[in-house]
Design a protein. Structure first.
Ligand code: PLP
Length: 351
């Protein structure tokens, strides 16, 4: 299905691989595609990584018309560079674009751009087990608008940055606060799209939580505050006995690729009973184990949750067995240490 090729002989960049954080390290090149006023895309190309120029009236600057994706390329134990389920990101960007009234990027164009960026920046992919190349596709309204309407033309960019392991020295338990003052998304809003505006609105609650000593915020559903929604920009799971539950995709939940993968691994490989349904805060506080998922950190165990005056402790040093197993299985598949039973890896290069 895919063509793998032998990478050009390009020595690894001279970076401090063991001290990479989750921050931007510019790479050689980025992929840029632009459309015209008829909303027809050009064929796209690699360009040197550089700053962009834009009209002060660009739709994205004035009205936030933009969406993004987040994915990673991994250097595996078999010395291949692979992507993980990139077609899921391509389809999600189509859904986000539809919701935000932007022209769609065909799935094969999305993957072509991602692969081009990975190939051209292969010397920035961290060595196996020391991190990954984070890939950030963005689609936005670049043409000028003054009245509130859709931008006349759009840009699609993919850049990449080497990033380290999210938790250095192994998994760490998060300390969370339940937010009763803010919601992340509204019913029938844009919660299920990776719309750039959703994230600006999450900064203030996060800053407040951090000032109070918490790592992140648990959001409740705007439509029913007895139900949980997400943890910052990650999906939430609760485990009780052999059952693992997560909020259903009801329109305000972001359909995470990690969320979907964890549901499949738990159900098909770990023999757990999994349910996607409404999840109450009470159930979460009564669970044996709670964790959250996302591409950046994979699986993050939750150690403590504070709801108003009450604090529930799940784990301190010892991470829950389900979160640990899911983390090991998923990262194992991503580095080709565990068999890729579901055909999730897409090889880009052999090195
Ligand atoms: C991106 C994101 C996630 C995680 O999605 P993955 O595809 O697993 O990285 C979860 N929640 C929100 C709000 C997000 O933006």
């Amino acid at each position: 299905m895919t063509t793998t090729e032998v990478a050009v002989d390009r020595p690894l960049q001279d970076l401090d691989w063991d001290n990479l954080t989750f921050s931007v390290t510019p790479t050689r090149s980025m992929w840029l595609m632009e459309c015209d006023k008829e909303l027809v895309w050009n064929k796209g190309q690699l360009e040197p990584f550089r700053n962009l120029q834009m009209s002060p009236a660009a739709g994205v600057l004035n009205y936030g018309q933009g969406a993004f994706e987040g994915m990673k390329a991994y250097h595996t134990e078999k010395n291949r560079i692979v992507l993980f389920r990139p077609e899921k990101n391509a389809r999600r960007l189509v859904d986000s674009a539809t919701r935000l009234c932007m022209p769609l990027i065909p799935e094969e164009k999305f993957i072509e751009g991602v692969e081009a960026v990975v190939r051209d920046n292969v010397d920035f992919v961290p060595p196996c087990g020391r991190g990954s190349l984070y890939i950030r596709p963005i689609l936005w309204g670049s043409g000028p608008v003054l009245g509130v309407k859709s931008a006349p033309w759009f840009s699609f960019l993919i850049y990449a940055s080497p990033v380290g392991l999210y938790f250095k020295g192994g998994l760490r338990c998060l300390n969370l606060k339940v937010s009763h003052d803010f919601h992340r998304a509204a019913p029938h809003g844009t919660g299920n799209a990776k719309a750039i505006g959703n994230y600006a609105a999450s900064l203030y609650p996060l800053m407040q939580a951090k000032e109070e000593g918490y790592d992140e915020v648990i959001y409740l559903k705007a439509a029913n505050e007895e139900l949980v929604e997400e943890v910052g920009a990650a999906n939430i799971f609760a485990v009780k006995g052999n059952k693992m539950i997560t909020p259903r995709l009801d329109g305000s939940i972001l359909p995470g690729v990690t969320r979907d993968s964890v549901l499949i691994i738990a159900g098909k490989l770990m023999g757990m009973e999994t349910e996607e349904r409404d999840v109450t805060l009470e159930e979460v506080l009564d669970a044996d184990e709670v964790f959250c998922t996302g591409t950046a950190a994979v699986v993050m165990p939750i150690g403590m949750i504070t709801d108003k005056e009450n604090t529930k402790v799940y784990c301190e040093e010892q991470i829950g067995p389900v979160a640990r197993k899911l983390y090991d299985m998923l990262t194992g598949i991503q580095k080709e240490k565990v068999e890729d039973r579901f055909d999730w890896l897409r090889p880009v290069l052999e090195i």
